[in-house]
Design a protein around this ligand. Structure first.
Ligand code: CMP
Length: 137
């Protein structure tokens, strides 16, 4: 997901290009503003943490781009491309390393496991919104 700060900073195109260039396959994409309910479901594992209210407030503050990318080891590969959660610790060439300045405004979110990916996808997409196709070129 390209988070509100990524959208506000005009980074949608750059981020999608990095994932496309790597070889991942886009199978679903949606531009939307999260409801409080969607945000709470998405970040339920963080409920009660010190930063939780800030996190919910930021993620619902402006539109996001929700996406589903497919590929071998996609979860791991996307996490490498994103860099560490804290942009100050992220590899300099990663998305967060290049564009992020703080833990809260870290530009992008990616699922941390296949199970979380499944759960998070189901918050934003109906099954028929995932488009199955072959890359031929
Ligand atoms: P994300 O990958 O979206 O998953 C949870 C988010 O919580 C994380 O990125 C950060 O934006 C945010 N987060 C995690 N830890 C902290 C923290 N200590 N302070 C503020 N925000 C945090």
């Amino acid at each position: 997901m390209i988070k509100p700060d990524g959208v506000q900073r005009n980074l949608i195109g750059k981020i999608i290009s990095r994932l496309e260039d790597k070889g991942l396959k886009l199978v679903a994409i949606k531009f939307l503003r999260l409801t409080k309910e969607q945000a709470a479901e998405h970040y339920r594992e963080h409920a009660g943490k010190e930063f939780y209210e800030r996190l919910i407030s930021l993620i619902t503050s402006a539109p996001v781009v929700a996406m589903v990318w497919e590929g071998k080891n996609a979860v791991f590969i996307v996490r490498k491309l994103m860099g560490a959660t804290d942009p100050a610790q992220a590899d300099a060439g990663s998305i967060r390393g290049l564009y992020g300045m703080s833990m809260g405004r870290n530009i992008i979110h990616g699922a941390d496991s296949v199970d979380s990916a499944r759960r998070e996808i189901s918050i934003y997409f109906r099954p028929e919104e995932l488009v199955s196709y072959e890359k031929t070129l």
